[in-house]
Design a protein around this ligand. Structure first.
Ligand code: MG
Length: 357
């Protein structure tokens, strides 16, 4: 199967409710889809979610990066996937979301060439997963209402977005905790919103109240590694690195310093499936569990992430793949059963995407 064409198209879908974090507010999914075609007519789908405030990428930079890499991919046999991927990553630095979209489409093709679901090509067996859902940052009453609605839909793990004001954040978390059944698991994500001393004060306050969240995600700036370590050493709540970890080198540094308890792997940050697998293997070596997370990703990218989670199920023990659950409707057919918190991979070959609208 020789690669003969690479196209990109915009995938848009309205969200059920605006997505609000300490970094941004978004009302609509606007992702770039990559469609790679082989000489026998087989097509592979990829997708990336441009997130300028995190990866520095926009739809236009993604298109430019993919256009730049195109000559290094066209004409290659999909059987030479490893060398194609090596080329993609060595020819262009950064641009991790563009590269991830290309990687996803290439892996889709590889699995189609082998006539297997992608997770089996990657060595996985697990097919059923449970995701949390994001509760966007808002005034406390709205966050409580959103949290209660999520629980009524069957979610038992909620990811609470905070990080705009450490005092208000503590009050929000306590109010949400008090409003929810006690068996609900809370994950907290500050999206770099605090200083280390603020995070420590806040977390000690809620811990004294009896709240030990499953983790606090990225409490401080991405480059504040000392801050992460200080927080980890001072509080009981486990610390998870998100924006601090793009590359293998980022992860190695944090793991060597014992600065965090968990790492959030996202395809759009690390540069795609091959890189996510290597990151998970690195973490396994350090005995550190990972979460597989997403940006505001649609059904192609979320499917790819689930195939990776299946392939590294021993290390990827937490799933934060609610991108499709946040959409007013799913613009794709096939691949994954999206049933609120329950995500199930099918036995369709490749990623299994049948149609995008
Ligand atoms: Mg995060």
């Amino acid at each position: 199967m020789k690669i003969v064409d690479i196209k990109t198209t915009l995938l848009t879908a309205p969200l059920k409710t605006p997505f609000i974090t300490s970094l941004r507010r978004v009302e609509m999914l606007e992702d770039l889809v990559v469609i790679i075609t082989c000489d026998d007519g087989t097509t592979g789908y990829g997708e990336g979610a441009p997130t300028p405030v995190i990866t520095g990428e926009t739809i236009d930079t993604m298109k430019a990066a993919i256009g730049y890499l195109k000559p290094f991919i066209i004409g290659k046999e999909i059987a030479e996937l490893d060398s194609i991927l090596k080329n993609i990553h060595s020819r262009l630095l950064h641009n991790t979301t563009a590269k991830s979209a290309l990687e996803i489409a290439l892996y889709d093709l590889k699995a189609k060439a082998e006539k297997l679901p992608l997770y089996r090509v990657l060595g996985g067996t697990k097919t059923a997963f449970k995701t949390d859902i994001t509760i966007s940052m808002d005034h406390t009453e709205k966050m409580i209402a959103d949290a209660l609605q999520a629980v009524s839909l069957g979610y038992d793990t909620l990811k609470i977005k905070i990080g705009d004001d450490p005092v208000k954040d503590a009050e929000r978390v306590i109010a949400i905790y008090d409003a929810l059944p006690k068996e609900i698991t809370l994950r907290l994500d500050a999206n770099q919103g605090w200083e280390a001393h603020e995070a420590i004060t806040l977390l000690q306050k809620i811990e004294t109240y009896g709240i030990i969240a499953e983790f606090i995600e990225q409490p401080v700036r991405a480059d504040d590694i000392d801050g992460l370590k200080q927080i980890k050493d001072a509080v009981k709540t486990p610390v998870l690195a998100d924006e601090s970890v793009f590359s293998l080198g980022d992860a190695k540094r944090l793991l060597e310093l014992d600065a965090v308890d968990f790492i959030n792997i996202k395809l759009d940050k690390c540069g795609g499936i091959s890189k996510a697998l290597v990151l998970a293997d690195l973490c396994e070596g350090y005995g550190v569990k990972c979460m597989l997370g997403c940006m505001l990703e649609g059904p192609v990218a979320i499917a790819a992430a689930l195939h990776v989670a299946s392939a590294r199920a021993g290390t990827i023990t937490m799933i934060d793949l609610d991108g499709v659950a946040l959409l007013a409707h799913n613009p794709a057919r096939g691949s994954v059963i999206f049933d609120e918190s329950r995500l199930v991979l099918s036995d369709d070959i490749g990623l299994g995407i049948k149609n995008l609208s």
